[in-house]
Write a protein that binds this ligand. Structure first.
Ligand code: SF4
Ligand code: SF4
Ligand code: FES
Length: 248
């Protein structure tokens, strides 16, 4: 008998509609991943029991774990669907949308909270008006080496989904934003906004909400040293708070 793949996918037509599960059985192919399976379903949207259904809504773009758009819960774990190889997953494979972000439809969620958080901490190097000033400051290779892993963040939100502290009660910004604060604070030009970034992480929803459970670092698809970044940034925030206190 030909080998098959069974996927159990959570469907929801709109944010207010009731959710339902649908099962699909596909012919196995070497190298299949969850996105390629969903593409096959889109080409022939028939459930396992023979009912015609609609194509599944999901986000994806690069198909090579770079754009960060295809994050979802696969067998209960937050991960990228394009790099989730079918052969490495237990079947039936359950596929659900991330649970901590507003649902749009099926597997699509609105992850704009991360982008709002990045704006709040000014996660950029301020370069306005510097285009004609020649090349920027030099950076030592050792500094480039430890900054590079932080720059690999693809804004997928897996770290926030897995974090017990990222919820509506705490308003916690989450690990990705804190790691970006470290990345930009350690840039020779980006450091101009260092104090503002550190102050943005003080108070409710800031870095103090982190309980160091380390779930974030476990699920990050880009192996970003999140807990180290949180610890380092926490010390910087504390030093800044002390300075601010004595300055009145
Ligand atoms: S260390 Fe734990 S509490 Fe802190 S951001 Fe990571 S998962 Fe969340
Ligand atoms: S830190 Fe890792 S898990 Fe979090 S958004 Fe960036 S790439 Fe995704
Ligand atoms: S499609 Fe871009 S990360 Fe998966």
């Amino acid at each position: 008998m030909a080998k098959t793949v069974v996927l159990k996918i959570k469907r929801q037509d709109s944010p207010k509609a009731a959710s339902r599960w649908e099962e699909f059985e596909l012919g196995w192919k070497p190298g299949m991943n969850v996105i390629s399976a969903m593409m096959e379903i889109a080409a022939n949207p028939l459930t396992r029991d023979g009912k015609t259904t609609t194509a599944i809504a999901y986000d994806s773009n690069c198909l090579e774990e770079v754009c960060g758009s295809c994050a979802m819960l696969i067998n209960g774990r937050a991960r990228m669907a394009c790099s989730a190889l079918i052969d490495k997953l237990d079947q039936p494979i359950t596929v659900e949308p991330l649970s901590k972000f507003p649902l749009v439809r099926d597997l699509q969620v609105d992850r704009s909270v991360l982008f709002e958080n990045l704006k709040a901490v000014k996660a950029w190097v301020p370069v306005d008006g510097t285009y004609d000033l020649g090349s920027g400051p030099r950076m030592a290779p050792v500094q480039q080496e430890w900054r590079y892993p932080l720059s690999r963040c693809i804004s997928c939100c897996c770290c926030m989904e897995a974090c017990p502290q990222f919820n509506e009660h705490t308003g916690f910004v989450g690990a990705a934003t804190i790691a970006q604060v470290k990345l930009f604070n350690e840039h020779p030009t980006g450091a101009a906004l260092k104090q503002e970034r550190l102050r943005a992480l003080m108070g409710d929803g800031g870095i103090q909400e982190c309980g160091y459970a380390q779930n974030c670092v476990e699920v990050c698809p880009k192996d970003i040293p999140l807990t180290n970044s949180i610890a380092d940034t926490g010390r910087e925030v504390f030093k800044q708070a002390v300075k601010d206190f004595f300055r009145g």
